[in-house]
Design a protein around this ligand. Structure first.
Ligand SMILES: O=C(O)C1=C[C@@H](OP(=O)(O)O)[C@@H](O)[C@H](O)C1
Ligand SMILES: C=C(OP(=O)(O)O)C(=O)O
Length: 409
């Protein structure tokens, strides 16, 4: 489905309800499979969470998790520890290009039995579940934090718990801290000191109900909309907390540079466009702790005609698509002067945005959602708009609530 998006409003005042964080949901679903005493509220309605839930409950021999990276990584560790179960874990074509060797090697060091059915180092995987007796392992920490979270999630169910030594610079750290915080919430003891993480074993937990905070990465698109609108714009989002487990909550700090202030109420945040910063002020952010909002920020800067220098983007090349190349190609079509390296993005300030340009989305939900707010400036075409369901199935409905006009082409 290709759509054309436009919005002639310059000021927006609306409320949006977003469902639970996909990252927290996928962790809690896995923990619930290990400890059925857990009840979850405000679960994400994303495709990735539905796929995760189905994979954990299906009992089938082949489990296909499509584009869901966290599900792929978390389930590899889960099935590796299911004694007596044999599963082929596979995904979309792109998933077979997303590396998993670091995690597989670590699980094998612990005693797991995993085979690559196609290319060494990549899904699909044939996993023969075993009881893992060893409890010490080292792994490279600068490629994806999901490998580390995967090991941590199954750790309290291992006989002797787990001691992980992280090698090199640790990337996407807030996601590791989120995993540890959720383990702590169900009563698991953990320690994270320097480059070593320890998780104690735990057989049983007391019944507990956990409420997932809504998704901050999804909130980023409304920050972008607020930044692109005039002063007086107010968008309220629920349900959010001031002390969040999600690293993307750094949006409330970062978007101050675009004149957007965040007011926290009991369960709601209100994004207020309060001032219009000088567009000649260049934006410089290190996003190694919040990689999923890089596309949103690059497009916000372009929409405002502001230059930016974004660093810490080394994980973007192995996500749903090579997000650095995709940003370069699509922003250039709209008139941007942009350069990317393996880990950085440089955008020059620009004065115009080309109209009616078609943006392919590369099977990447965040390409569709990051570019959509530009409809406030010029009509823009988003191809295969249904990709948003990976993390935010209601995205287009919510955009219509903000008076975005969406025409099917
Ligand atoms: O653990 C998680 O829930 C995630 C970790 C991050 O991945 P990397 O650690 O690979 O950067 C992030 O990009 C992804 O969307 C979700
Ligand atoms: C990178 C993402 O997801 P995953 O790695 O779980 O596919 C994302 O949602 O932006």
């Amino acid at each position: 489905m290709n759509i054309k998006i436009s919005n002639s409003r310059t000021r927006i005042n609306n409320d949006i309800r977003i469902t639970g964080s996909k990252s927290e949901s996928n962790r809690l679903l896995l923990l619930q499979a290990l400890y059925p005493q857990i009840k979850i509220e405000n679960l994400s309605n994303s495709d990735d969470s539905v796929l995760m839930q189905n994979a954990l409950t299906s009992g089938s021999e082949v489990v296909d998790i499509h584009h869901a990276g966290t599900a792929m990584r978390f389930l590899t560790a889960f099935f590796a520890t299911r004694e007596g179960r044999e599963v082929v874990l596979t995904g979309s074509k792109r998933m077979t290009e997303r590396p998993i060797k670091i995690l597989v090697d670590a699980l094998e060091q612990l005693g797991a039995e995993i085979e690559y059915t196609q290319e060494e180092g990549y899904p699909p995987l044939k996993i023969s579940g075993k009881r893992l007796e060893k409890n010490k392992v080292s792994l490279q920490a600068n490629v994806s934090s999901q490998y580390i979270s995967a090991l941590l999630l199954v750790a309290p169910r291992l006989k002797n718990g787990l001691e992980l030594t992280l090698e090199g610079k640790i990337t996407s750290v807030p996601y590791i801290k989120m995993t540890l915080a959720l383990l702590n919430e169900i009563g698991v003891e953990t320690a994270f000191e320097g480059h070593v993480i320890k998780v104690a074993p735990l057989e049983e937990i007391d019944p507990v109900t956990l409420t997932v905070e809504s998704d901050w990465s999804s909130a980023s698109y409304f920050y972008s909309i607020a930044a692109l609108c005039e002063e007086g714009t107010e968008i309220s989002l629920s349900s959010y907390r001031k002390s969040s487990l999600q690293g993307d909550s750094t949006l409330s700090e970062l978007y101050r540079s675009f004149g957007v202030e965040t007011v926290f109420d009991t369960k709601t945040i209100t994004l207020k466009k309060e001032n219009t910063p000088d567009p000649s002020e260049k934006i410089s952010f290190d996003l190694s702790n919040a990689p999923d909002i890089a596309q949103t920020i690059a497009v916000t800067c372009f929409g405002l005609g502001r230059g930016c220098h974004l660093t810490g983007l080394h994980t973007l090349k192995i996500k749903e698509t090579d997000r650095l190349e995709a940003l370069k190609t699509e922003l250039s079509k709209l008139g941007a002067s942009i350069k990317v390296t393996d880990a950085e993005l440089f955008l020059e300030p620009s004065a115009t945005i080309r109209k009616n340009i078609a943006i392919p989305t590369y099977n990447d939900h965040r390409m569709a959602m990051a570019f959509a707010p530009l409809g406030l400036k010029v009509p823009i075409i988003i191809e295969e708009a249904e990709v948003v369901s990976k993390s935010y199935p209601d995205f287009w409905k919510d955009m219509e609530k903000l008076d975005f006009r969406i025409e099917s082409l």
